[in-house]
Design a protein around this ligand. Structure first.
Ligand code: PMP
Length: 567
C-alpha cells in the first residue's frame, strides 16, 4: 500500500497557494508583507488579531506532537474536525466517480462531506451491538471505494471499534481508513493515533470540541502519513484556524488539570446516569457507552422526546437511524442537569403507566421547606444536598478535601465570585445551582444558599471524627479579616464587619451577616469574623477568603478522634 496511490493524482502535483506568512518565516522587526493593518484590531483587548495566523500552526502542532509522541509532519490542524473530513474526501475521491463506505448508525457529516463532493455512499451495517465487521466492509468495497469511515467511540451508539478490525481494514483495503476519535477521551482506551505510523492509509481524527470543552473555538486535528498531510495542507484554506483559536488551543493543552477533572466527572456521571436509567422499567435498553452520551431505547421515543422538551430538556431523537428504532441520544450534562433529566424520565413513565412505576416525589410548592435530601459519604467527606421551597430550589454538592474546583451558578455574579473564592481557598470542590425569586430580590436565594451549603457542610463533616475542628486566620490584603471557626456542632456567629456602603457588588451589605448566620446555624459552626478595610469589595472578599482558609484548616484530618476534652 502506497499512500500516493490513494491520493488524487492531480493533487499530488498541485502548487498550493503561498501566502506571505508561508514565504517568510522567522523574526523580523517590521512586517510589511501581508497587507495587514499595523495598528491592531478595531476593538480593544486583543492585540494580535491584526496579523494573519500561522497557516501551518507550527506551535500548536509541536505541542500536539510532543504530547502524542508523533512528528509535526504527521499532523494536520483544522477548523474543527469537520473541516478535516471534507479535506480527506477531497484529497482522495474523484467527484462523480468515487464512493465511500460508512457503518450506520454513525455521525452524519461523513455522508454530507461525501455528498458535497459528489461521492456516493455505501452503507455496511454493523451487528446488533453495533460492532463493525471488517470482512463485510471489505466485501462491499469496489475499485472506486476511496474511503472507509470508522467512528470510535461511535456517535450515536457510544461503542469503540476494535483495533483488530481497523488494522484488518488497513491491511486489506486499497483506500483511506478514517478513524474518527472525537470522543476517545471518555473511553478507557488510548485510541489509535499510533496506527498511521504503521499503516500509510490510516488517518485518525481528534477534536478539542468534546473533552476539551471548546466546541465554540472550532479546533480539530488529525494524524496521518506525511504525504497525505502535505496534500491536506495544500488544499485547505490558507488561514483555516484563527489566532484566538490557536491561542485557546495552546492554553488548553497546558491546562490538563481542568481537562482531566472534567473528563473524570463526565465519565462518573455517565456511569451513575446509566445505572439509574437501567432501573427505569419503561427503558428497554441503555447501551454501554465509551463517550459523553448515552443511547437509550424506549417504546415511544417521539413521545418521550416531546415530553422532555415540554420540561425544557432537549435530547437527540435518533430513532430514524438504521438499527436505532426507539432510540434517543442523551448527552451527559452537569450533575444537577442529569438529576433533573432522570427525574423527568421517571415522571414520564409514571404518568404513562399509572401504578407500574414508582414516581419520585415531585417538586411541590409548599409552605414548609422539604426535608433536604442528603447523601453523606463518610469516607470522602462529601455531600450533596438539595433544598426546595416555594421560593427557591438550591443544590449544593461539596467535597471537603477537594482541589478547589468551583462550579457555581447562583444567578448573581457577585455571589458566584465570592463562592468561587471560597472554593479555591478552602480547597473544597463545590457545585452550587440556585434558582429562586431573584426578580424580587436576592434575599431568599442568598439565605437559602447559605442554609443549603450549611447543611451540606454539616452532612459532609459526618461524625467530625479525626478532624482538626478549629481553624484560625488573621491577615488579608489592605483589608484584613480575622476569622476563627469551630466546626464542633454548636451554632453561633459573631460578626464585626463594618461596611462603608449599603450595597456591595449589588447585594445589600446586611445580607452577608445573614448569609454567614444561616450557614453557621445549619452547619453547626461557631464562626467569629471581624474585618476592617476601606473598600467594601475587598472587605467581603477578605471575609470569604478568610472563612475558606479557616475551614480548610478545621477540616484537616489529624487523627481518628474527636477533638474535644469531653469526647
Ligand atoms: N466526529 C464526531 C463523531 C462528532 O460527533 C462530531 C461532532 N458532533 C465531530 C466529529 C465534529 O467535531 P468538530 O467540532 O471538531 O468539528
Amino acid at each position: 500500500m502506497n499512500i500516493k496511490d490513494i491520493i488524487r493524482k492531480d493533487l499530488l502535483e498541485m502548487q498550493p497557494y503561498s501566502s506571505a506568512r508561508n514565504e517568510f518565516e522567522g523574526n523580523a522587526r517590521i512586517f510589511l508583507d501581508a497587507n495587514e493593518n499595523p495598528y491592531g484590531a478595531s476593538f480593544r483587548g486583543v492585540t494580535h488579531l491584526n496579523r494573519y495566523p500561522d497557516p501551518m500552526q507550527k506551535e500548536l502542532k509541536s505541542r500536539i506532537a510532543e504530547l502524542t509522541n508523533t512528528d509535526t509532519t504527521n499532523i494536520i490542524v483544522g477548523n474543527g474536525s469537520d473541516e478535516l473530513l471534507d479535506l480527506a474526501v477531497r484529497a482522495t475521491s474523484v467527484p462523480g466517480g468515487s464512493n465511500a463506505i460508512i457503518v450506520p448508525p454513525t455521525y452524519g457529516m461523513y455522508s454530507v462531506a461525501a455528498a458535497t463532493n459528489n461521492v456516493k455512499i455505501k452503507e455496511v451495517l454493523p451487528d446488533e451491538n453495533f460492532n463493525i465487521d471488517a470482512d463485510k466492509i471489505l466485501e462491499a468495497a469496489d475499485k472506486n471505494t476511496r474511503i472507509v469511515f470508522v467512528c470510535s467511540p461511535n456517535n450515536p451508539t457510544g461503542n469503540l471499534a476494535p483495533e483488530e478490525e481497523v488494522t484488518k481494514l488497513a491491511e486489506q483495503f486499497n483506500g483511506l481508513v478514517i478513524v474518527d476519535e472525537a470522543y476517545i477521551d471518555f473511553a478507557n482506551n488510548k485510541g489509535m493515533a499510533h496506527l498511521p505510523q504503521q499503516y500509510e492509509n490510516v488517518f485518525v481524527m481528534r477534536t478539542f470540541s468534546k473533552a476539551r470543552g471548546m466546541a465554540g473555538a472550532r479546533l480539530g486535528f488529525g494524524f496521518g502519513h506525511p504525504e497525505l498531510i502535505k496534500v491536506l495542507n495544500a488544499i485547505k484554506m490558507p488561514y483555516n484556524v484563527n489566532n484566538l483559536t490557536l491561542e485557546a488551543g495552546l492554553s488548553a493543552l497546558d491546562r490538563t488539570g481542568i481537562y482531566r477533572s472534567q473528563t473524570e466527572r463526565i465519565i462518573h456521571s455517565r456511569e451513575l446516569l446509566s445505572a439509574y436509567l437501567q432501573k427505569i422499567k419503561g427503558i428497554k435498553k441503555v447501551y454501554p457507552s465509551s463517550a459523553n452520551f448515552l443511547l437509550i431505547k424506549v417504546d415511544e421515543p417521539v413521545k418521550l422526546y416531546n415530553y422532555l422538551l415540554q420540561q425544557g430538556i432537549v435530547v437527540r431523537d435518533r430513532s430514524n437511524m438504521p438499527l436505532c428504532s426507539g432510540c434517543l441520544r442523551i448527552t451527559i450534562g452537569r450533575e444537577h442537569e442529569n438529576e433533573i433529566l432522570a427525574e423527568e424520565i421517571q415522571n414520564f413513565f409514571a404518568e404513562a403507566k399509572p401504578g407500574q412505576q414508582q414516581a419520585p416525589q415531585q417538586p411541590q410548592p409548599q409552605q414548609q421547606p422539604q426535608q433536604p435530601q442528603q447523601q453523606p459519604q463518610q469516607q470522602d467527606h462529601s455531600s450533596r444536598t438539595r433544598r426546595r421551597t416555594r421560593e427557591t430550589d438550591i443544590l449544593a454538592d461539596i467535597r471537603l478535601h477537594g482541589r478547589g474546583i468551583a462550579d457555581i451558578q447562583t444567578g448573581n455574579g457577585f455571589l458566584d465570585h465570592m463562592l468561587e473564592l471560597f472554593t479555591f481557598h478552602s480547597k473544597t470542590d463545590l457545585l452550587i445551582r440556585a434558582s429562586g425569586d431573584t426578580h424580587i430580590d436576592i434575599h431568599h436565594t442568598m439565605e437559602d444558599i447559605a442554609i443549603t451549603l450549611g447543611k451540606a457542610l454539616n452532612s459532609a463533616l459526618a461524625d467530625r471524627k479525626g478532624m482538626n475542628r478549629y481553624g484560625f486566620l488573621m491577615p488579608m490584603d489592605e483589608s484584613s479579616a480575622t476569622v476563627s471557626i469551630d466546626t464542633g456542632g454548636r451554632s453561633m456567629l459573631v460578626w464585626d464587619v463594618p461596611f462603608r456602603n449599603q450595597n456591595v457588588g449589588g447585594i445589600p451589605a446586611s445580607m452577608f451577616s445573614h448569609f454567614f448566620r444561616s450557614l453557621a446555624d445549619n452547619a453547626g459552626f461557631t464562626i467569629n469574623i471581624s474585618a476592617a478595610g476601606n473598600d467594601d469589595h475587598h472587605l467581603i472578599e477578605a471575609v470569604f477568603k478568610g472563612f475558606a482558609r479557616s475551614l480548610k484548616q478545621a477540616v484537616q484530618i489529624t487523627d481518628n478522634r474527636i477533638q474535644s476534652t469531653k469526647a
